[in-house]
Design a protein. Structure first.
Lengths: 102, 247
């Protein structure tokens, strides 16, 4: 039996009032609050690319958990990040994030 | 292309900066909402603020919908008086389902366009029939899921799931509207994230997107047609006015 490799989506976000170094911790906290450990296992978020100058980050999430991730961000009391775009590959996500002027 | 609307943002929150944020979040339109309190304390000032918000929104490229929301428990007579006085001065008139009698009247009265459900509100079979007959909107707010204790937020989520399931069962999914009800600009979220949240309550993602775009746009268009006289009474639409021979 072969265990299928999960497919991912790359969420390009602009972070607001959050230090880049603690962004992942904040996202995990928001997700934990909304979905608990089970929700976290469905999303498995990880920050794969950060541009602190532009304030842009790329977050990798499981494809099945994308809606849960966005819902957790929406339901969180404080706006942590603002979703700009969703990409299917890291290469495309990085290209999109580098194309933003701010 | 979808045009996203956030139909409930209190007028006090709608500063030029907030309007800019709304634009950045990819909304095309916003409902500038006046509550009962500002109406009763400073009527002329409130209506003036509504006009100002409309022009500021237009400058920002936003379609601003004027709206009065009954967000306090009123007697039936008081609600009818407000309807008589303001119905033709704003585009959308909504009532929060705070009280059973008020909810029943709001559903029964064709002048009310939107019923805003709060966690704990109840809709009976008769209410749903009226909502269907008069093509009213049923609005859910994101604010109760964002603010409060974890238990109250969980209860709001559970209530919304039950409501979405009920509306789908009764064939009223197209009446569903999802708004932020934001008390500050920090509570605003992008429409696709709002749709993601709604999709977790049992709707498909497409239907959830409709609740922040197509359903709102249709309701606003109907309200504007009624206000402009294109739809003088329910079921009648003036397609073309005749010339001298049409008299």
């Amino acid at each position: 039996m072969v265990v299928e490799r999960p497919t991912y989506r790359y969420v390009i976000v602009r972070f607001l009032d959050v230090d880049a170094s603690i962004l992942e911790d904040k996202l995990v906290a928001a997700l934990m609050e909304f979905g608990g450990i089970k929700g976290l296992s469905e999303v498995e978020p990880s920050v794969v690319h950060v541009d602190p100058k532009k304030g842009i980050a790329v977050i990798r999430v499981k494809r099945e958990g994308l809606h849960l991730f966005r819902a957790a961000l929406a339901a969180y009391e404080v706006p942590l990040v603002r979703v700009i775009k969703i990409a299917g590959t890291l290469r495309k996500a990085q290209a999109i994030s580098s194309s933003f002027p701010f | 292309m979808r045009r996203f609307f956030d139909l409930l943002i209190p007028i006090e929150v709608l500063s030029p900066q907030t309007l800019q944020t709304i634009r950045e979040l990819n909304f095309s339109g916003v409902g500038a909402s006046l509550g009962v309190r500002p109406l009763s304390t400073n009527l002329t000032g409130s209506l003036e603020n509504l006009k100002k918000a409309k022009s500021a929104g237009e400058a920002e490229g936003l379609d601003v919908v004027s709206r009065i929301m009954i967000d306090e428990v009123l007697s039936e007579g008081a609600l009818r008086a407000l309807l008589r006085k303001f119905r033709k001065r704003v585009e959308v008139f909504s009532v929060h389902a705070l009280d059973r009698r008020l909810t029943a009247l709001a559903c029964r009265d064709s002048r009310v366009d939107v019923i805003t459900l709060l966690p704990g509100s109840r809709l009976f079979k008769g209410d749903l029939v009226y909502i269907y007959e008069y093509s009213k909107g049923v609005e859910l707010l994101m604010a109760p899921v964002q603010v409060g204790s974890p238990l109250s937020r969980a209860k709001a989520l559970a209530y919304y799931s039950r409501t979405v399931e009920l509306l789908q069962r009764k064939g009223l999914a197209a009446s569903l509207i999802f708004s932020s009800g934001a008390a500050s600009s920090k509570a605003l979220r992008d429409p696709r994230s709002m749709a993601s949240l709604l999709s977790l309550m049992g709707l498909t993602y497409d239907a959830a997107l409709d609740a922040v775009s197509v359903n709102v746009e249709r309701l606003v268009a109907e309200c504007r047609d009624r206000l402009s006289g294109v739809v003088p009474v329910r079921g009648v639409r003036i397609v073309e006015r005749g010339g001298d021979g049409g008299r």
